[in-house]
Each structure stands twice: as structure tokens, then as C-alpha cells.
Design a protein around this ligand. Structure first.
Ligand code: PLP
Length: 425
């Protein structure tokens, strides 16, 4: 059914896809799950992206030829595993423009990276009377760690509000960011409404009072070149699985000087210098923040994902995404009963379009679309404050990656029309 809808819109598809350098039909062939399930129209990459063969190969190659624990073996296999793991760290450092591989700490994902900052940097740098600034647009993983820090230290949270069209309302930022502010922790690109936030303005406000800036880059790193030096932030958190890599691996980048002063977060093997029964001293960063056996194969495969994205070219990926977002805004904007959440101009957003359909609950819509082979997410997308502010209980969200083309959006629009028919609206 969805395939038929795609075919009927093939003219528009050809025109819009030709606007970018990427060929989503060819790219789709790099993704075993999409090859095995040709009927699937996967529009949920903001939740997790599909994995190219190169990433699966890297996992298999590590476990087939290099598997040993890292940093502790005197034998060749263990030395190889260590080299592969540290090469992956260097690869991710280059991917985000870091000066030094030691500024990259591997974590399980964005959530763990944010908790690391809140759990280790937080208590050492924030106390009662201090303030952390967040925004109403944050994913829960960039709110709850700060709630926990506030409960632990007595610091306060201030919240940058959003406008009715889902942008940060920065009018009151200067008043909000006073001398008590120690950190502004903000999402780069909203996972819910796709808004691209003005990082430079936020960094400028923080610098005026000597505060640090943490960027939640979970949704930007998969789509565009993210350069920590150019952005001027102090911390950056991201997830591997959203940038075509494996689940269970991600990273925190932080300035070397900040990591050097940060106390450990979790204790265990690998992160120590010397241990007695009653005391311990700690390794230098990044090992200080990687207690226990790391996800070595996943880190190596994450580096393969970075290679894959760089081979496509991140500028080409960004241009492809921009054309899909513009096309989705246009098609969904014209679709009867559909209301788009977030900015309506394509350049202000990236990666996804969230919407509601009059008379059809987002969960019912997602279930009906599933019958057409369409995978979209429904709910609050871990952004309850944003949904509350916009007066929405739930939205449906279509999110894109390099394997999506405009035919997928045509199929979505046709599926929405069918769903409205089912509900008689
Ligand atoms: N921040 C944003 C903006 C996200 O979109 C997500 C996941 O959807 C997260 C944080 C949490 O990422 P993870 O679940 O990979 O730790």
C-alpha cells in the first residue's frame, strides 16, 4: 500500500531528491535491515538510526579477530584491542573537531554523558545559591540529572521558555543568566520539534558571567558537521546509535582543562592510579571516567559509523536532511487536518517533523501507519515540558536519515489520509 503511494508520487520524488547529492535508494542498499524488509518506511531515526553494513562488519570483525580486554593485557591480542579502542577515541575526537583524543570519554550514550557531568562536575562546581540554566525544550535526560543535582546540592534551576512555535525565547536570557549561573545546559537540535538552537547566543550569555555551556548534541551529530571548537561550548554529549552506530555507546567531549579538574564519577577497575584497601588515587582523563570494562567493539563500530558518514560527506547529509525537512513541511502543511508543531520554516529545523492530526490520536495514527509499513514515533518524545507548554498531550514524529527520500514522505501523507478515513474525519 505504502509502496503504491510512493510510486504514484514518483515525479515529485525525482525532482526533490535531485536537489541533493545523496541517492537514498542506493544508500538504503547499505543497510541490511532495510534490504531485508523492503516494505519498511523507517521514519524514526531520531529514536535510533538503522545501521549500515560497515558498522555490522566492524562489530563482527572486532569479535572475530581482536576481542580481548583493553588496557591490561601484556599479550598481542590485548594490545591490538587497546589500539583499536584508542583509535576509535581518536576517530570520534576528529569527528567533532576536538584537539585531543583524551577529551573524549566513551559513555553508554547521551544520557550517561549528561549524568557524568551532573554527577562528577556538578557537586565539585555547584553549591547552594548557584544556578543551572536549562530550557523548556530539553529531553528528559537533560533535565532529570540537574533535578538530582539540585536535590543534592541545593542549587536552583532556571528555565529558558519556548515560543508557541517551538523556538527558544531568548528575550529574557540576559536577565536569566546572572552571576549565580554556573552552567547552561541546552539541546542543540530539539528531538521533539526539530528546532536548531542558536548556540552562539547562548555561549555569549554564558561567557559574560563565566558560566560553562553543555550542548546536548544527540540530534545534531547524526546530521551535520559538529565542531566543538567552532561552537565554543565546554561539554558536548552524543549517542552512537543515532549516528548509525551501535546502541550502548556514546560519548562526552569536554575541554581538557575541565576534565583534568573533575573528580571521578563511578569507581572501579581501569580508572585508578593506585589502590589500597582504604584509599585510591585516580588515573588521568579520559580513563578516570571510564570505570570497568568499556564497550570496546561498540566504540570501534562507532568509529566505523563516523567513517561512513564522512564518506557520504556531512555537508551532503545536512543538505539532504534540509531538503527532506522542507519537503515534509510542505506536504504535511498542505495535508488536511495536519498541524505541524515547531517552526514552519525549514532552515530553523533539522531531522524531524512532529505533528498532530485533528480527530486522530497520535498513538492511533502510529498504529494505523504501522499497517502501511511506516514507522513513526508517537507520544511526548521524552519532552513533557515542551509538550505541556505547546498544549499537546502527544504528537506523531517523522524523523529522517540518509536512507530516506521524498517518496517516504509521500507515503506518510497518503497514510495519514487513510487514517483520517478510518476515523471518519
Ligand atoms: N537528548 C536528546 C535530544 C535525544 O533526542 C535523546 C534521545 O532521544 C537523548 C538526549 C537521550 O539519548 P540516549 O537515550 O541515547 O542516551
Amino acid at each position: 500500500m505504502a509502496q503504491a503511494a510512493s510510486a504514484s508520487a514518483s515525479v515529485a520524488t525525482t525532482v526533490a531528491d535531485a536537489a541533493t547529492d545523496l541517492d537514498p535508494a542506493a544508500i538504503r542498499r547499505d543497510f541490511p535491515l532495510l534490504v531485508a524488509h523492503p516494505e519498511l518506511i523507517y521514519l524514526d531515526s531520531a529514536a535510533t538510526a538503522q545501521k549500515p553494513q560497515a558498522v555490522l562488519d566492524a562489530l563482527l570483525d572486532f569479535y572475530t579477530h581482536h576481542n580481548a580486554n583493553v588496557h591490561r593485557g601484556a599479550y598481542t591480542l590485548a594490545a591490538d584491542a587497546t589500539l583499536a579502542y584508542e583509535a576509535a577515541r581518536g576517530r570520534i575526537a576528529r569527528f567533532v573537531g576536538a584537539r585531543d583524543a583524551a577529551e573524549v570519554v566513551f559513555t553508554r550514550g547521551t544520557t550517561e554523558a549528561l549524568n557524568l557531568v551532573a554527577g562528577a562536575w556538578g557537586p565539585a562546581n555547584v553549591s547552594a545559591g548557584d544556578t543551572i540554566v536549562v530550557t523548556e525544550m530539553e529531553h528528559h535526560s537533560n533535565l532529570v540529572p540537574w533535578h538530582l543535582l539540585a536535590a543534592r546540592t541545593g542549587c536552583r534551576l532556571r528555565v529558558v521558555p519556548i515560543t508557541p512555535d517551538g523556538r527558544l525565547d531568548l528575550d529574557g536570557l540576559d536577565a536569566l543568566v546572572d552571576e549565580t549561573v554556573k552552567l547552561i545546559s541546552v539541546v542543540h537540535i530539539s528531538n521533539a520539534v526539530g528546532t536548531v538552537n542558536p548556540v552562539a547566543d547562548i555561549v555569549a550569555a554564558a561567557r559574560r558571567v563565566g558560566a560553562k555551556v553543555l550542548l546536548d548534541a544527540a540530534q545534531s551529530v547524526p546530521h551535520r558537521k559538529v565542531d566543538v571548537a567552532a561552537l565554543g561550548v565546554d561539554f558536548l554529549a552524543a549517542s552512537g546509535h543515532k549516528m548509525l552506530g551501535p546502541m550502548g555507546i556514546g560519548f562526552l567531549w569536554a575541554r581538557a582543562s575541565i576534565l583534568a579538574d573533575m573528580p571521578p564519577w563511578q569507581g572501579g577497575g581501569e580508572m585508578i592510579r593506585r589502590v589500597t584497601p582504604t584509599d585510591s588515587t585516580y588515573a588521568d582523563p579520559p580513563q578516570r571516567f571510564e570505570a570497568g570494562t568499556p564497550s570496546v567493539a561498540d566504540a570501534v563500530a562507532l568509529a566505523a559509523a563516523a567513517d561512513y558518514l564522512d564518506r557520504l560527506g556531512l555537508d551532503a547529509c545536512a543538505a539532504h536532511d534540509a531538503s527532506l525537512v522542507a519537503y515534509a513541511l510542505e506536504r504535511l502543511g498542505d495535508a488536511p487536518g495536519v498541524r505541524i508543531a515547531g517552526p514552519l520554516d525549514a532552515p530553523s529545523r533539522c531531522g524531524s517533523v512532529a505533528f498532530t492530526v485533528d480527530g486522530v490520536h497520535a498513538h492511533d495514527l502510529a498504529t494505523l501507519l504501522d499497517g502501511d509499513g511506516l514507522c513513526v514515533r508517537a507520544g511526548h518524545h521524552c519532552t513533557m515540558p515542551l509538550h505541556t507548554r505547546l498544549g499537546l498531550a502527544a504528537t506523531a514524529r517523522a524523523s529522517f536519515q540518509v536512507y530516506n527520500g521524498t517518496a517516504d514522505i509521500d507515503a506518510l501523507v497518503a497514510g495519514i489520509a487513510r487514517a483520517r478515513g478510518v476515523f471518519g474525519v
